[in-house]
Write a protein that binds this ligand. Structure first.
Ligand SMILES: Cc1cc2nc3c(=O)[nH]c(=O)nc-3n(C[C@H](O)[C@H](O)[C@H](O)COP(=O)(O)OP(=O)(O)OC[C@H]3O[C@@H](n4cnc5c(N)ncnc54)[C@H](O)[C@@H]3O)c2cc1C
Length: 439
């Protein structure tokens, strides 16, 4: 057993879970957090594991993606899931917690764990590699000097400071009698699905888009967008036809039913290899979730669209997982360094904690000479890893957990049974993995 402590930078959700996973296996941890000397613009409490916004950890139904992820984490003895249960408040089918009690209880458990030492200091450079692994879990608002050090390691192009997420729809909710397959100026079958609009449909759509409610920016979020991924409503504000010369450009995409290019087109790109989900190309947005479902269902062919994920844009530090991460969460450039939490390219409290749990397991294994492990793709944990490491790096954006990330299943199965089927398969695969890897 190693006696050199494993360093964890960041005592947020992922850092605390990672520390716990190492300590409960008998490993030593030194956990750094810059609070209370320095606070990110969203953190206010001196406690560790602060939930910076909502108090909800979302659905607790294990037949949903996020409910299943929580169940898998409970089975892997997650500290944060246990504390969430102890501090839960009534919220219907969701798991919501008293935020102050939650952070205080996690802090007390971490402070009371004899294998963990807490050091309240900002880390401004990446410690030099040693034989003991290092875990970085400094989150979406990683302090500037450390973010710069990570950018230097990964290559500046592979570290982002804003996410720009376009909605994703499920393939089986698309109306294929309206939508046609084609790539621009391509005679072949084409890689994109195209939703054609005539002039009237376009005008109705842009009117609704302009009127749709927007999520207000936080004080520390400057509206400094990259020209290449402007929110769709910001593009529209530049002129009624801007979208027709941008993401909705119809040229070179004749509709096979008319033989002519439509007036405007919304393109859908396959989001996963199995083709069970599609991304609305160029439709990153700050519209509220409700406005998105209303406005995007005006697009021909998407009238009954089911959204696997809705669009958003936030301040968020994250790596381009497919180019930076191994499926064990080790950095390709530096295998002693594991990333955890939202830095990896997952989105949300539960997903970030889950990536702390896996980094903790693997940090301990590497420190003790065991091979690091990767959860099976049928599990919620494993499907997040597939997203982080096997997505197309050119279009990589953070994701929360959803069934669109899982391997495909027989789509003839009635929809209402699919969640339960996936949950059953996932939990079997998880138990099998736990047994084989002796977790
Ligand atoms: C404004 C905002 C609102 C959000 N709202 C929600 C929401 O409602 N629901 C949801 O599911 N997700 C939400 N998220 C996402 C959520 O914050 C993350 O999913 C989650 O907290 C990330 O966990 P983490 O452990 O990776 O990082 P954090 O929980 O942010 O923890 C990072 C820790 O690292 C510390 N740190 C940073 N830099 C350094 C350094 N250089 N040295 C030492 N310590 C450092 C910080 O003090 C912090 O304690 C929100 C994010 C933001 C920014």
């Amino acid at each position: 057993m190693t006696t050199t402590p494993i360093t964890i930078i960041g005592g947020g959700l992922a850092g605390c879970e990672a520390a716990w996973q190492i300590a409960r296996r008998g490993g030593q941890v030194r956990l750094y957090d810059m609070k209370p000397h320095r606070f990110s613009p969203a953190h206010h409490s001196p406690d560790l594991a602060e939930l910076v916004c909502s108090n909800s950890l979302r659905s607790d139904d294990r037949n949903s993606g996020v409910g299943l992820l929580k169940e898998e984490m409970r089975r892997l003895d997650s500290l944060l899931m246990a504390v969430a249960e102890e501090t839960r408040v009534p919220a219907g089918k969701a798991l919501a917690v008293d935020r102050a009690q939650f952070a205080a209880a996690v802090t007390a458990r971490i402070e009371g764990q004899p294998n963990i030492t807490i050091d309240r200091n900002e880390i401004t450079t990446l410690p030099e590699p040693t034989t003991t692994p290092l875990i970085m879990a400094t989150g979406p608002l990683t302090s500037d000097p450390l973010a710069a050090a990570l950018a230097e390691l990964t290559g500046a192009k592979h570290l982002a400071f804003y996410d720009a997420i376009a909605p994703i729809v499920t393939a089986d909710s698309l109306d294929r009698t309206v939508i046609y397959q084609a790539s621009r100026y391509d005679d072949g079958p084409g890689d994109y699905l195209n939703c054609p609009m005539d002039r009237e449909q376009y005008l109705t759509f842009i009117t609704a888009l302009a009127a749709g409610a927007k999520v207000p920016l936080k004080d520390f979020e400057e509206p400094r967008y990259f020209e290449g991924c402007l929110p769709v409503e910001v593009m529209l504000a530049r002129g009624d036809d801007t979208l027709r010369f941008g993401p909705m450009k119809p040229v070179g995409l004749p509709d096979p039913r008319t033989g002519r290019d439509p007036y405007a087109v919304v393109q859908l790109r396959m989001e996963n290899r199995e083709g069970t989900t599609y991304n609305l190309v160029g439709f990153q947005t700050k519209l509220t979730y409700q406005a998105q479902t209303e406005v995007f269902r005006l697009i021909p062919g998407l009238e009954r669209a089911e959204f696997a994920r809705l669009g958003s844009i936030h301040r968020n530090t994250f790596v381009c997982g497919p180019l930076v991460l191994e499926p064990t969460l080790q950095c390709k450039m530096r295998p002693d360094l594991l990333l955890a939490g939202q830095l990896t390219g997952v989105e949300g409290y539960v997903e970030s904690t889950a990536m702390g749990l896996l980094a903790g397991i693997n940090g301990f294994r590497l420190a003790t000479g065991l091979a690091p492990v990767t959860p099976p793709p049928e599990t919620a944990l494993g499907s997040l890893i597939v997203h982080l490491t096997s997505s197309d790096p050119k279009h990589f954006q953070p994701s929360n957990i959803n069934f669109g990330l899982f391997p495909p299943i027989n789509l003839k199965m009635p929809k209402k049974n699919r969640g339960a089927y996936r949950a059953e398969q996932a939990l079997l695969a998880l138990e099998n993995w736990r047994r084989t890897a002796a977790l």
